[in-house]
Design a protein around this ligand. Sequence first.
Ligand code: NAP
Ligand code: ZN
Ligand code: ZN
Length: 351
Amino acid sequence: MNIKSIKAFGTEAPEAELKQLDINRRAVSTKDVEIDILYCGVCHSDLHFARNDWGFSVYPVVPGHEIVGKVVAIGEGISKFKVGELVAVGCLVDSCRECNNCKNDLEQYCPEYVGTYGGHDKHLDMNTFGGYSESIVVDEDFILKIPNNLDLAGVAPLLCAGITTWSPLQHWNVGKHSKVAVIGLGGLGHMAIKLADALGADVTLFSRSPNKTQDAMDLGADRVVISTDEEQMAAVMGHFDLIIDTVPYAHDINPYVGTLNTNGTLVLVGYLGPLDPMLHSVPMILGRKAVAGSLIGGIAETQELLNFCGKHNIISDIEIINIQDINKAYERMLKSDIKYRFVIDMKSLKG
Ligand code: NAP
Ligand code: ZN
Ligand code: ZN
């Protein structure tokens, strides 16, 4: 198969900084679309993966799964997309297409799903490389249309931070009568607040950071509860139908379970790993409360989210950076020093 060498930014080891690398992209085949990448969002998962926090990274790693760009070439079998069109790619670039999850638009739960980075590219029999790169070649079934009223750079984070919070809001039927809480005001958290607010829910932010209170209210929260303040926590006991927990590191979720209403659910989207301290079953049993998990969203659901954002004029609050500043951006993300998503202007890579 023909390949093309392009410029990317990535890392060759967990402790190494990201730097410019050359990577290969496959030539466009019948069902492929080649996209010139204009913007790529910076997700906390990019940092986890670059630094092998989850233990399964394969190097070199080229992160980036919040991609927007312009179609520059299409395969002979493409009818949905045209050269010149603005399109988006999120966290998935392929799946088996045959399992029950694939048939039910839940490609993210397909046992053979292919992540935009760190997955296995069956065409080239190598790792997939993400959006910190000049261009990407993707099967048309995994490409999204962008509503034309939205700012392109602000759209990028919808492809992961947006869909990861939208999917549980949809699955647990959040609407006008729902009481939703979000734990952590970062990339995912700020999208969760905007989306839950647009769905008409009553929205609360749990945060460690009192200095984010005004921002949370401006984003659409109805109240902020400082999670380290016992009195504030006690005031919301038994309150929420759904809590979306976006915290990236091990933390005690037991105090939050107590704030669920009967039949309420706390859905973990942030931290991957064993809970520490352990989950206490008593508050769950006494109130038929659930603790669940959720992974990004399927392709159809991601398109629904983009259409919803178009209709409600929702984009992410972003800070645009050059690719050369990515290592500094990671350090700032670790300090929660970002309002509320970095987006890389890929012109900086192309020079
Ligand atoms: P982020 O922008 O860094 O935001 C995380 C927020 O969590 C911070 O702003 C902070 O909010 C809070 N926080 C950070 N460290 C904490 C700690 N040690 N204890 C308590 N709170 C802490 O990250 P993100 O991009 O939103 O991603 C969040 C997590 O979701 C990451 O682990 C990422 O890998 C994961 N993720 C999962 C999926 C999925 O499909 N399930 C998809 C995308 C990302 P406050 O200052 O308000 O407390
Ligand atoms: Zn992500
Ligand atoms: Zn499948």
